[in-house]
Design a protein around this ligand. Sequence first.
Ligand SMILES: Cc1ncc(COP(=O)(O)O)c(C=O)c1O
Length: 426
Amino acid sequence: MTRSQNDLSKRDQAVCWHPYTQHGLEEDILPIVHASGSWLELADGSRMLDAISSWWTCLHGHGHPQLVEALTQQARSLDHVLFAGCTHPGAVDLAEQLTQVAPEGLTRVFYSDNGSTAVEVALKAAIQYWIRRGESRRTRFLSLEGAYHGDTFGAMAAGDPDPFFIDFSPFLFRVERTPPDPQVIEEILKRQPGQFAAVILEPLVQGAAGMQMYPPSILSQIRKLCDQHDTLLIADEVMTGFGRTGTLFACEQASITPDLLCLAKGLTGGILPLAATLVRESIYEAFLSTDRSRAFFHGHSFTANPIGCAVALASLKLLKEEATPDRLDQIGRQIESGLKDLRGQPGIRDLRRCGGIVALELQDPSGEEGYLSELGPRLRRACLDGEVLLRPLGNVLYAIPPSSTTPDECDRIAHALRTVSQTALS
Ligand SMILES: Cc1ncc(COP(=O)(O)O)c(C=O)c1O
C-alpha cells in the first residue's frame, strides 16, 4: 500500500479540492497526521522531513513550544476583536516591534491575513496615495518577469501571468514587466514619465519563478531609479522575510528601505495566517484628513487577529534569541556544500543559494522549461517516496527548511535533492 492509498487520502479524494493540484493526474495526496520540529508524520507512521517549510511558512520548526504557548494563552484571554474602531495590546506591541526591526523609515503597519492580501493592500495604498496627492495619472505598475505576488486579482495582475494566470489576463490591470535589469527599468520609467504608481518586486529571490536570484546591487539600483522617477517601491517579502535570505529582511542586504513592505508566511513563525503591510509615514499621511471619504477603505474580518499577533510576537522573540537568520544561512550553506560537486554535471543547469534557500535547476531534456516543464512530474514522483518532502517548481528542485533543521537533517536534504535529480534525469 502506498502512503496515498491510506483511508484519509481516499476520503480526501471524495470531498477536497486542493490548491495548485491537477486531480485529473491523480497526484498523490500525503496524509499528514502530526508534525514536530522539522518532521511531518504520515498516517502510516512514516516520517518526512519538511524541507520546504510547508509552503515557505514554518520558520522555527513545527509545534514550537513557545509559539504554541503564546497561541493557547492568547486564545484564553482575547480570541478576536474587530480592528476598526478597536485595538488590542498584541496588535500595538507587534506594530511597535515590526517598525523597529524593519528597514528604517517604515513607521505604519496595516494588518491583513495572508501574502496576497498584504500585496493587495500595498497596491491599493499605492494607487490611492497618488490620487490623494493629486497625481491620478500614476496608475501603472512595473513588475519583474516571473514575478509571483499571490492569487487575488491585484496580486495576479502584479505577477507574471505565465503560466498560472493566463486565463485571467483580460480581467487584470496592465502591468509593465521587465527582467531585474536597472537599465531596462530606467528606459521604461523614462519613456512614460509621471505614469508609474510603483515598482513591485520580490527582493533578491523570486520564489515561484523557481527561486531565481539576483544580487543586492540590482535592488539598490532599482531603489535609486524609483527615487529619481518619484515612483514608489513595493517590496514583497512574503517569502524572503524573517531570515530566509540570511538577514531578517532581504532589503537589508541592499541597505534600502522600500516605501511599502509586504509580510506574511513567516510572520507568525508559519503557524497562523497573519499579514502586515508596512508603509512610510508619508503614505499614511496622504490618507489623513477630516474628510471621511479619504480614508483607506480596506479591511478583513480577521485583520490583526489577536492570536496571530501573540504568536507573531513570540516568533519575533525567537528570531532574536536564536539568531534565526544566521541559523538559516548556515543550514543553506551546509545543503549547498553537500551538492557542490553537481555543478557542471550533465543535466544540472545551476546550483544557487541565498541564505537558507537552495535551488538546483535541472536541464529539461525536452527543452521545455519553467513550472510546466516535462521534467516537473518526473521530479514530483521521485520526491514522493523518500523521507524528505520536496515540491519542485517545474525543473527546479529546492529546499527552504525551518531553522530547527539539524546538520544531520541538512545532509539528508542534500542527499534527497541529489537522488531525486538523478532519478528524474535518468
Ligand atoms: C512573494 C510572494 N508573495 C505573495 C504570496 C502569496 O501569499 P499567500 O499564499 O499567503 O496568499 C506568495 C506565496 O507564495 C509569495 O511567495
